[in-house]
Write a protein that binds this ligand. Structure first.
Ligand code: GLY
Length: 396
């Protein structure tokens, strides 16, 4: 980790100051999010938005994707912001589908259990003390633990544990799934969950992060010897390029593990990842889908990267000392990003859309959700707006 390069931020002229963005602008941005949630509330009570929109409209599907929790998480955020019981009631109706999914092991062959259950059941427990939600979230944590290879110290991302294509594969996105394990240790008093999460984050820091502070999307470990194998992309442009959202998952995920481990080297690492990211943004601060692409390319942007990175930069800044000058710089970078998203990239300009952020990219190499809304982009945009509006306690 210490061999990871620290690249100073180029655009200090911009990031030294916060944007001209009034509280009333932020409130307006939140009102737009709430209006889209209201528009979707009936459609997505028993059903969920698909991961990405089609023609900027989310189709309704069952609780089968890795992304259901983002919608339920938005309901919890809406409940927190407004106090309106209708959001809580809808989120509570959805708990039974999370219960069924965990109990019957439906579509649970994935590390995404953290995204799914932190934002639905852990949030329900933290906000309302719902004991059944706590029980379901602990079931999900147990399922996630089944994916942990002790020798390699990693949680396998996808597929069956004996699938030669997937065995021992860790991915940068998993950083966001580890809080479910830390939380499970806090709740149960059993340290095994947190120990697994802490080992995984150490392996991600060691092997997924490259020397130049960019990231592989995925990295294979040998589950028998425990040794490293090689990096591979899945959603990026090339194995040796830097998938933009992957970098953002790193920027948000490493500080989340800092909260639970107290390991300050994770903050140091996050600074390096953040600087690499900020130095490769186009002029309007909304990244192209892979950071190999720079200003002037015809490639699509991925707005969700900006939303995830904004949450990460805010979380990083929160833990830096007052006397660290980069604290303000990361905060300002998050605010500039959010302002750009709110002014130029929301579905306020697309009345047919039931999404919130336009112009996301789900998986360009596989032709999925290109230049569409995606539900995690909507969620993280809302989370970031809530973060800058109140003293928000994390669901993670
Ligand atoms: N975690 C999958 C994605 O970011 O698309």
């Amino acid at each position: 980790m210490s061999n990871v390069h620290f690249e100073p931020i180029n655009n200090l002229e911009l990031f030294n100051k916060p944007p001209q963005w009034e509280q009333s602008d932020v409130e307006k941005a939140i009102q737009f999010v709430l209006s889209q949630i209201d528009r979707n509330l009936n459609t997505f009570t028993e059903q969920f938005p698909d991961a990405a929109s089609t023609g900027n409209v989310y189709p309704a599907i069952g609780n089968i994707e890795w992304t259901s929790g983002f919608w339920t998480g938005m309901l919890w955020l809406a409940y927190e912001v407004t106090g309106d019981e209708k959001y809580r009631q809808t989120a509570e109706i959805q708990l039974s589908s999370y219960r069924e999914r965990a109990e019957q092991r439906l579509y649970t062959d994935t590390h995404d259990l953290g995204f799914l259950y932190s934002l639905s059941c852990v949030a329900a427990y933290k906000l309302t003390g719902n004991e059944e939600a706590k029980r379901i979230a602990l079931l999900a944590a147990d399922l996630l633990m089944e994916r942990y290879f002790d020798k390699a110290g990693i949680v396998q991302a996808w597929g069956a544990l004996d699938d030669p294509e997937q065995q021992g594969r860790m991915i940068i996105d998993c950083n966001l799934n580890l809080p479910l394990l830390y939380w499970a240790s806090e709740i149960t008093g059993n340290p095994a969950y947190a120990e697994a999460a802490a080992r995984h984050i150490g392996q991600a820091a060691r092997y997924i992060v490259r020397e130049d502070a960019s990231t592989y999307h995925t990295f294979y470990m040998d589950v028998n010897s425990g040794g490293p194998k090689f990096g591979r992309t899945h959603q990026g442009y090339a194995d040796d390029s830097c998938w933009a959202r992957g970098q953002a998952w790193g920027i948000y995920g490493f500080p989340l593990s800092y909260i639970y481990t107290g390991d300050e080297s994770l903050l140091d690492l996050t600074k390096k990842l953040s600087n690499y990211y900020l130095n490769r943004l186009p002029d309007d601060l909304v990244a192209y889908w892979d950071l190999i692409f720079q200003e002037g390319t015809e490639q699509e942007r991925d707005t969700s990267t900006g939303a995830v990175a904004a949450c990460g930069l805010l979380e990083l800044a929160k833990h830096l000392p007052m006397l660290d000058p980069s604290k303000r710089i990361y905060e300002n970078a998050a605010l500039h990003t959010l302002k750009a998203l709110s002014e130029n990239y929301t579905a306020a300009s697309a009345p047919e859309s039931n999404g919130i952020l336009l112009h996301g990219v789900y998986n360009k190499p596989r032709g999925m959700g290109i230049d569409e809304c995606n539900i995690w982009g909507d969620y993280y945009y809302f989370e970031a707006l809530v973060r800058i509006s109140k003293d928000w306690q994390l669901y993670w």
